[in-house]
Design a protein around this ligand. Structure first.
Ligand SMILES: Nc1nc2c(c(=O)[nH]1)N[C@H]1C(S)=C(S)[C@@H](COP(=O)(O)OP(=O)(O)OC[C@H]3O[C@@H](n4cnc5c(=O)[nH]c(N)nc54)[C@H](O)[C@@H]3O)O[C@H]1N2
Ligand SMILES: Nc1nc2c(c(=O)[nH]1)N[C@H]1C(S)=C(S)[C@@H](COP(=O)(O)OP(=O)(O)OC[C@H]3O[C@@H](n4cnc5c(=O)[nH]c(N)nc54)[C@H](O)[C@@H]3O)O[C@H]1N2
Ligand code: SF4
Ligand SMILES: [Mo]
Length: 713
């Protein structure tokens, strides 16, 4: 075959000069293994890495678009200094040295004038550099390190800790029944979907909970299609049946729980008929699901990192769901929900690590109160970061102290409810640095933009829950002068915190230090380019509570949380209607009769990331609201017709996607679309009062047909 054909077919080998190098995709958190086909320093093709035990050679539509992600025209090539007004996008290139000098002197000046707490350290969704950024913040003296986790995952951790003192992970390989509570794995966790398929082939039963009609709900033995925001009531309704029919685990409940009698009497208020009235799920389906879950030999609840806590009653909803685990004795039992200690960015591996010690280089007591401590004291006492959703309020009010600067990584103001309010906050800062791969609308507000590089262009450690680790080296040179986030943080550390001798030793030395208790060394991992299992480490036993109890104030599982009680909050997992709903605000519902849920994941999008990637964008060019045919018909809306999606706060112009994906009465809108930002529809203060999480997934709206059929603006 001619060389030309081989090159065209992208066949690796000496003849074509194409090499296959191992890396990972980090467009989303699944961290799929990638075989990068590289010729003369440029990426010509990607495929999935067959050896990766999580992704097993697969890639989703986003990962398959990696070349357009990396070689995107919106990539930032050099550090930039703003020369025009905020948001104008006018910048001039500067050297890295100049950027670092300006940042170090800017932040040091503000620290001297207003205290280190007036400088905040924030990161959006990317996670791999977080331990380094957090240490930088604390060594600098600021308690105000926060992340996108102020809207994601940590509230589920908080809910689990209130009840069990620990986080719980489903034991899907061993289970006989999966209760999938609002997780759409085929879209949101593509490689994880195989676990469900394997389970189905073993005869494992599947109960799916969620208002949307998904691949999993179609595949499920039972679909509990509830009204958004009513998960808590549904869980209490299931508990009612389980207790009434004596299907609960008496031995566990009697010996290992606190407050069962109060819980039992509270769930009396949720018989199947009442639960049907609240949730919309037929009473007989509730009974069937309760029986199946509670009488299976073992059953695992899959928890979404966000869906159940994106409500104004999120924490208590989530507590009501996970209370079922203890009630049925599935806590840390084979095939139930397990306790697996996390190491290295919430990966449940059970490996001993000093990650928390590494991050928290200064105790909280030596620093000022955190942003959010006044409004969400429980969050701040239970979670090791400030609450990001409180940030725009403190920037605006200056109370209890002013916030003047942000050293930001991956900041996207469209993440916040009332995103325009957060945007105004960023505009108000004296000094704002953003670090991103792309010139985003948020980066345009910054004084200095630092170019970071992708996972293909940097060195990093990646860990997976079956105790698998990969060390990747750059497979292509960085685009322009872009650099790895960790290298950027370490260079800033040299200037800002020269006293932090550990951080200054560099990335590998820090990671070796973190994993020293497990004896894991980066040099050993590096020997295996596609990654390796971390072997010869002790297995994680089941039912550890039988010897060590529960890390809660009572030492037991708490149906009635003592932490909540001491904070003056209802200790039971009580159900409250969403702050806006047809039942809680009937007058508002007359004008805004549809329930709005935002951000149900789409396979080709990843928050704000993929809109600029043509292959992904071509799968949905315009912002679209999902609306049921019945509701579209009632409004005379044609397929793909332009509509206004309106809430009392704001309205956006979008196309109608007429679909059975949403039930009648419910509409869904993806978030982050630059031309139609769903988060402007939501009040910045529409929150769960315990966690501070936004009620992204249940509020009221109206959809109104509009006549013009203009293009995407
Ligand atoms: N309405 C509504 N709002 C929501 C949600 C919802 O469901 N509905 N979901 C919430 C949830 S759960 C989450 S997690 C958040 C998402 O939070 P966001 O932080 O908004 O997530 P992204 O848009 O994925 O990422 C932010 C930025 O990271 C940049 N980036 C990507 N990789 C790197 C990197 O390696 N280094 C650096 N420095 N930057 C990088 C991207 O270019 C992007 O600009 O949104 C929340 N907001
Ligand atoms: N492709 C892609 N994958 C992603 C992301 C992405 O942006 N794109 N984001 C990542 C992040 S940060 C997160 S947090 C996860 C989230 O991912 P998931 O946990 O899967 O969440 P969703 O896709 O929002 O919702 C999935 C399920 O929640 C139910 N649901 C939707 N709205 C509501 C509601 O209002 N109330 C109730 N009770 N249920 C509802 C649906 O019926 C569906 O069963 O996905 C991650 N993976
Ligand atoms: S699921 Fe897709 S976007 Fe996420 S890591 Fe894998 S290939 Fe990348
Ligand atoms: Mo998330």
């Amino acid at each position: 075959m001619s060389r030309e054909i081989l090159v065209k077919a992208k066949i690796p080998g000496a003849e074509t000069g194409i090499e296959v190098k191992k890396t990972i995709c980090l467009i989303c958190g699944a961290q799929c293994g990638i075989d990068a086909y590289v010729k003369d320093g440029s990426l010509v093709k990607v495929e999935g890495t067959a050896e990766n035990p999580v992704s097993r050679g697969t890639l989703c539509s986003k990962g398959a678009s990696s070349r357009q992600w990396i070689n995107n025209p919106e990539r930032v090539h050099t550090p930039l200094l703003r020369t025009g007004p905020r948001g104008s996008g006018r910048f001039m290139p500067i050297s890295w040295d100049e950027a670092f000098e300006r940042i170090a002197s800017g932040l040091t000046k503000i620290k001297e004038e207003s205290g280190p707490e007036s400088v905040v350290f924030f990161t959006g969704y990317p996670k791999w550099y977080r331990p380094f950024l957090k240490r930088l913040a604390h060594s600098f003296g600021s308690p105000n390190y926060f992340t996108e986790s102020g809207t994601c995952f940590l509230a589920t951790v908080m809910a689990n800790h209130l009840t069990y003192g620990t986080t719980l992970w489903p034991d899907l390989k061993e289970t006989k029944c999966i209760l999938n509570w609002c997780r759409n794995a085929p879209y949101s966790q593509a490689p994880g979907y195989a676990t469900y398929l394997n389970a189905a082939s073993r005869g494992v039963k599947l109960i799916d909970v969620g208002p949307l009609s998904t691949t999993l709900s179609a595949q499920a033995d039972i679909h509990l299609r509830l009204r958004p925001g009513t998960s808590g009531a549904l869980a209490l309704g299931l508990a009612h049946v389980i207790i009434e029919e004596n299907l609960y685990d008496r031995e566990f409940v009697e010996n290992w729980t606190l407050g069962f009698e109060e819980y039992r009497s509270y769930v009396q208020g949720f018989p199947p008929k009442t639960t049907e009235e609240i949730t919309g799920v037929p009473a007989e389906t509730i009974v069937k699901a309760a029986r199946l879950y509670a009488s299976s030999e073992s059953a695992s609840i899959v928890q979404s990192p966000s869906v159940t806590v994106h409500h104004t009653n999120g924490i208590q909803n989530h507590r009501a769901i996970t209370a079922l685990i203890g009630l049925t004795g599935n806590f840390d039992r084979k095939g139930g929900n397990r306790v697996i200690p996390e190491s290295y960015y919430h990966t449940p591996t059970g490996l001993k690590s000093r990650e928390a010690e590494f991050e928290q280089s200064r105790p909280w007591e030596e620093m000022a109160p955190r942003v959010g401590q006044d409004r969400y004291p429980l969050w701040c006492s239970m979670m090791d970061e400030a609450q990001a959703t409180a940030l725009p309020f403190q920037i605006q009010s200056g109370k209890p102290y002013p916030i003047r600067a942000m050293l930001g990584f991956a900041v996207n103001y469209r993440m916040w409810p009332g995103s325009d309010f957060m945007k105004e906050g960023l505009e108000k800062l004296d000094f704002f640095v953003d670090t991103d791969l792309f010139m985003t609308d948020t980066a345009k507000l910054a004084d200095i933009v630092l170019p970071s590089c992708s996972s293909f262009e940097r060195r990093q450690l990646t860990m997976y829950s079956p105790r698998y680790a990969v060390w990747t080296e750059p497979v292509i040179p960085p685009v322009g002068e872009s650099r790895s986030d960790v290298d950027i943080i370490l260079d800033l550390a040299r200037r800002l915190i020269p006293h932090d001798s550990l951080l200054l030793q560099g990335q590998e030395a820090c990671l070796d230090w973190i994993f020293e208790p497990s004896g894991i060394k980066m040099d050993d991992i590096k020997k295996h380019p596609a990654g390796c299992f971390l072997e010869n480490l002790p297995p994680i036993p089941y039912e550890k509570y039988r010897t060590s109890g529960f890390p809660t104030p009572s030492g037991k599982m708490e149906f009635t949380s003592l932490v909540l009680k001491n904070a003056g909050i209802d200790p039971l997992p009580v159900y409250r209607e969403p702050a806006q709903s047809p039942l809680s605000t009937p007058d508002l519902a007359k004008e805004y009769p549809l329930i709005l849920t935002t951000g149900a994941r789409l396979p080709m999008f990843m928050h704000s990331r993929m809109y600029r990637v043509p292959w992904a964008r071509n799968l949905r060019r315009d912002p679209m609201v999902d609306i049921n045919p019945r509701d579209a018909r009632a409004r005379g809306i044609p397929p793909e017709g332009w509509v206004m999606l309106a809430t009392p706060r704001e309205s956006i112009r979008v196309k109608a996607n007429i679909t059975e994906f949403v039930p009648p009465g419910v509409v869904n809108m993806y978030h982050g679309f630059p031309s139609a930002d769903a988060n402007t529809l939501i009040d910045p203060d529409y929150r769960d009062p315990i966690s501070g999480y936004p009620g992204f997934k249940s509020l009221l709206c109206q959809v109104i047909k509009i006549q013009d059929n203009g293009g995407n603006k």
